[in-house]
Design a protein around this ligand. Structure first.
Ligand code: ADP
Ligand code: MG
Length: 402
């Protein structure tokens, strides 16, 4: 990798040093405000453990949700500190400030091997403005900044970019943590030098959110499979009725030109699962793609499509999957996504590199029970899409060069 990583920082150089770590603890919360999934937290443990063992003083920064620059009690990181303590099996301090006298005092009072989580960076308006003075404040005088927040690396914020600039300007180093390094390695290697056959499966709600990725992938993949609601816009481009299904009217031309560009690399659904409404108790019907009726909604890919998609995945050596094939959150529409998830996992079992990007796709892989068989599940939805589109991530660009 072109950027320095925590591996470039020998433990003996870290003892008693304040090290500021940007983590992505923007964890999904349920209706009661409890942490619904702690995957992102668990995956930062190697970085934090390394710092503890080296005897550093690890100051952790993260955002949670979108509080809009002022404190919002429901978005405090306090419960996350408890989660982290449980996962680490050693004490984690929490400070209800990000900057200010309490926070300075808390950092100042740290001892070798301590871990301290500061309050939600987005409680402060300076964070998203990438305010340089505030970035200097959250540096807490440290000579080492570790970015382990892949999910936020596409943001130009004070705790991702500003602080890296500030630490480097102060003669220190800004490096990638172990999680960020792993994310970059998998996603960049797949794009730069993939083993063929290379199959991409793209789905989810909208073409518009994935158009850049599709365009970047097209020249390098052998097959591009498209499912999910975004396939509906392709059906429209072919002149087929889609009933009351989700369609991006303003993307029909995009779909048409993608079809021209992709030629026979592109595999679209041949059948779909429809219902009068997308609900858990819905009565469904399998329909050919050119036979969707008035009043019907497409909720999943059909069984023939599942067969053609799983066949295509079967022989792949590299797979990138981003976006569910249907409304997998509801039982009548989950089969397509789960079958694709199982096929991807079997392909990984045979030694292929299988990468899953996107929060909902990651949740689908977990719901299908195959998450632990996937080669790499990215912790960053937007960031993985930007990286796969060939864009530079500001949080990564700001790190020290090798
Ligand atoms: P990811 O987070 O993996 O990138 P997206 O956010 O792009 O995925 O899309 C996920 C959403 O797309 C899911 O909530 C799923 O219910 C929805 N979806 C997939 N297929 C359909 C469909 N046919 N109709 C409506 N919604 C769909
Ligand atoms: Mg999503």
């Amino acid at each position: 990798m072109a950027k320095k990583t925590l591996e470039d920082c020998p433990p003996e150089t870290l003892a008693n040093e304040v090290v500021v770590v940007r983590v992505d603890y923007n964890l999904p919360l349920d209706q009661n405000g409890e942490v619904a999934d702690d995957t992102r937290l668990v995956r930062t443990l190697p970085t934090i453990q390394y710092l503890i063992e080296a005897g550093a003083k690890a100051v952790l920064l993260s955002h949670l949700g979108r509080p809009g620059g002022r404190p919002e009690p429901g978005l405090s990181l306090r419960p996350v500190a408890g989660k982290l303590q449980g996962a680490l099996g050693s004490p984690v301090g929490f400070c209800p400030e990000t900057t200010g006298p309490l926070a300075r005092e808390a950092v100042h009072g740290m001892e070798s091997g301590d871990v301290l989580l500061l309050e939600n960076t987005r409680f402060c308006p300076e964070e998203t403005r990438n305010d340089p003075a505030w970035a200097e404040e959250i540096r807490y005088g440290s000579k080492l900044f570790v970015n382990d927040a892949f999910g936020t690396a596409h943001r130009t914020h004070a705790s991702t970019k500003g602080i890296a600039d500030a630490v480097r300007a102060g003669g220190g180093e800004a490096v990638a943590g172990f999680l960020l390094e792993k994310e970059l390695r998998f996603l960049c290697d797949a794009m730069a030098d993939p083993e063929h056959p290379f199959v991409a499966v793209i789905g989810g709600a909208k073409i518009s959110s994935k158009i850049d990725v599709i365009e970047a992938l097209l020249p390098i993949v052998d097959r591009l499979l498209i499912g999910g609601a975004m396939a509906n816009t392709f059906f429209q481009a072919r002149g087929w009725a889609v009933g009351d299904s989700l369609v991006e009217e303003d993307r029909i031309d995009t779909a048409r030109s993608l079809m021209d560009l992709a030629g026979d690399k592109l595999l679209l659904p041949v059948d779909v699962v429809t219902a009068p409404r997308i609900a858990s108790g819905a009565t469904t019907r399998v329909s050919a793609c050119d036979d969707v009726r008035e009043g019907e909604r497409i909720g999943d890919i059909g069984p023939h499509t599942v067969k053609s998609f799983t066949d295509a995945l079967g022989g792949a050596r590299t797979v990138i999957w981003s976006g569910p094939m249907g409304v997998f959150e509801l039982a009548p529409f989950q089969a397509g996504t789960f079958e694709v998830a199982r096929a991807a996992a079997s392909t990984a079992d045979r030694g292929a590199t299988v990468i899953v990007g996107g929060g909902d796709s990651a949740a689908a892989a977990a719901a299908a029970g195959v998450a632990d068989r996937i080669t790499h599940i990215s912790t960053g939805g937007g960031a993985s899409l930007e990286l796969l589109s060939g864009k530079e991530l500001p949080g990564v660009a700001a790190l020290s060069d090798r």
